[in-house]
Design a protein around this ligand. Structure first.
Ligand SMILES: C=C(O[C@@H]1C=C(C(=O)O)C=C[C@H]1O)C(=O)O
Length: 474
């Protein structure tokens, strides 16, 4: 990636920006290869979700990612370039090669030092790499370099435009498009999103009956655990619902981020009317300045209705051998994988609790310094799926998941996030999630089964998790 220093207050209507696009096009002629021109401009603080609402067209692929606690949100809209891997175990390698070849032909300028400036590649992967027919709405790997990207980091906002330039592109038209988009973005206003839309009442008190299949699977999995074929398996259920009207993506995201500020609110849309949306508490991989963090998150209990009940539930969770075993296998797996990659994982000495508004989990953030030469997607390829969403031994658990679950997991429980041009990244596990299309939603939730699991409690946990999404979809 070539960084061209510039006046960080570059104005889009100024000649130098136009000339920058012309110069990049000239490079594409000389190199006989399209060049990606990336412009970053600081904007007054704005809400990326309001921008998503204001400028995304139904046919635009898009991506939204918000971490309320960190005061960060990022919206990616439309495609400068997209890359799909239909299926196959080489998907992480192929995605990595694509990103590296883009960066080798990227020229970036403007306010390049701001957080979230420069090109970002938004990626989503399906849980399994060999998709079952009928074709899922998302291929097994997608990488999106968006046309427009708007991010907020606390009180600063940055706008990024990416253009893939070939000799025949009309720079005047592209420059005009950029100016028009900026005008639209400046008008985007988060007040349009208020007040919070109250979730669909007809579903609020819906008592989920997990499918008969789920209950049967839990019993059968417990048999396999007892006869030692498996140590742990995470079984999920999917519930299909029809809403009275088309589900509104932006309003639902707005609800999710307010209901679950401790989670990552996310959505990815394929530009064909299907969106995958959720509020996940589980960070699979974050890398900032060569410092890596990954979460072991497994072992769950509801939140209490009173502070006394809540404290009691937390105490039980922290002292339950069964929950600790369910959690410990995740820590061991992650540490083993990171060590094999040449990292030195640091694990806090005591178990921690991640208390969300509706549920609490055992939580161990694992950290390491990243040695040079390891790409974030190398790590993702090794970590996914962790025993937090698959099981132990992993291959057996994955085969059994396919046998037990009558639905395709699609993007559920799979990695979703972004990578920048310097190897920084943030990926979450796509749990507490739903696939939405028009007025239809498929909600997913799962629970880890180990020796000592009580089927009724696992069913209750799945019901509780399903409600995460149901509360927010409108
Ligand atoms: C599988 C899910 O969650 C996972 C399973 C957990 C458990 O069984 O305790 C806890 C957190 C997640 O790692 C889900 O929410 O669908």
């Amino acid at each position: 990636m070539l960084v061209v220093p510039s006046d960080t207050n570059m104005k889009p209507d100024r000649k130098d920006l136009y000339q920058f696009l012309v110069a990049c096009q000239q490079v594409s002629v000389e190199k006989e290869c399209p060049q990606i021109a990336t412009l970053s401009l600081e904007l007054p603080p704005l809400d990326p979700l309001a921008v998503l609402q204001a400028i995304a067209q139904p046919e635009d692929p898009h991506f939204y990612f918000e971490n309320g606690n960190k005061g960060e949100a990022i919206a990616a809209i439309g495609a400068a370039i997209t890359f799909h891997v239909p299926s196959g175990s080489a998907r992480f390698v192929k995605a990595q090669t694509f990103i590296q070849s883009c960066l080798a032909n990227t020229i970036t300028t403007g306010a390049t030092d701001l957080p979230f400036a420069g090109p970002h590649f938004f990626c989503n992967f399906t849980f399994f790499d060999d998709l079952r027919p009928p074709e899922s709405a998302f291929p097994c790997a997608t990488v999106l370099l968006p046309r427009w990207q708007v991010a907020r980091c606390r009180n600063r906002s940055v706008f990024v435009a990416n253009f893939s330039l070939s000799p025949r592109d009309n720079i005047k038209a592209l420059h005009q498009d950029l100016c028009n988009k900026l005008t639209q973005i400046r008008w985007a206003n988060s007040r349009w999103l208020d007040p919070v839309n109250f979730p669909n009442q007809s579903f609020q008190n819906h008592d989920f009956k997990p499918t008969a299949n789920f209950r049967k699977s839990v019993y059968s999995a417990l048999n396999r655990i007892n006869n030692k074929t498996l140590n742990k398996i995470v079984l999920a259920d999917a519930i299909d619902l029809n809403f009275p009207r088309p589900i509104n993506l932006v309003k639902s995201l707005n609800n999710l981020r307010r209901l679950y500020p401790d989670c990552y609110t996310f959505a990815t849309g394929n530009g064909g009317g299907t969106n995958f949306i959720g509020a996940s508490p589980e960070r699979l991989l974050a890398i900032y300045n060569h410092q890596l963090t990954t979460d072991a998150l497994a072992g769950s209990a509801p939140r209490g209705k009173t502070s006394g009940e809540d404290a009691e539930l937390a105490k039980l969770l922290l002292s339950s051998d069964k929950e600790i075993h369910e959690h410990r296998v995740v820590i061991d797996f992650i540490c083993d994988r990171l060590t094999r990659l040449g990292l030195t994982p640091k694990v806090p000495p005591q178990l921690l609790l991640l208390q969300l508004s509706n549920i609490q989990h055992l939580w161990t953030p694992i950290q390491s310094t990243l040695p040079p030469g390891i790409h974030p997607l190398d790590i993702l390829a090794d970590l996914h799926p962790t025993p937090a969403v698959a099981g132990v031994p992993r291959d057996t658990a994955c085969q059994e998941i396919r046998r037990y679950e009558a639905f395709d997991r699609g993007l559920y429980a799979a990695p979703l996030g972004w990578i920048d041009g310097y190897g920084n990244c943030e990926f979450i596990v796509g749990i507490r999630s739903a696939l939405i299309e028009g007025d239809r939603a498929r909600l997913y939730a799962g629970a880890g089964i180990v020796a000592g699991s009580d089927p009724d409690k696992e069913l209750a946990e799945v019901q509780l998790k399903l409600k995460t999404l149901l509360k927010a979809l409108v």
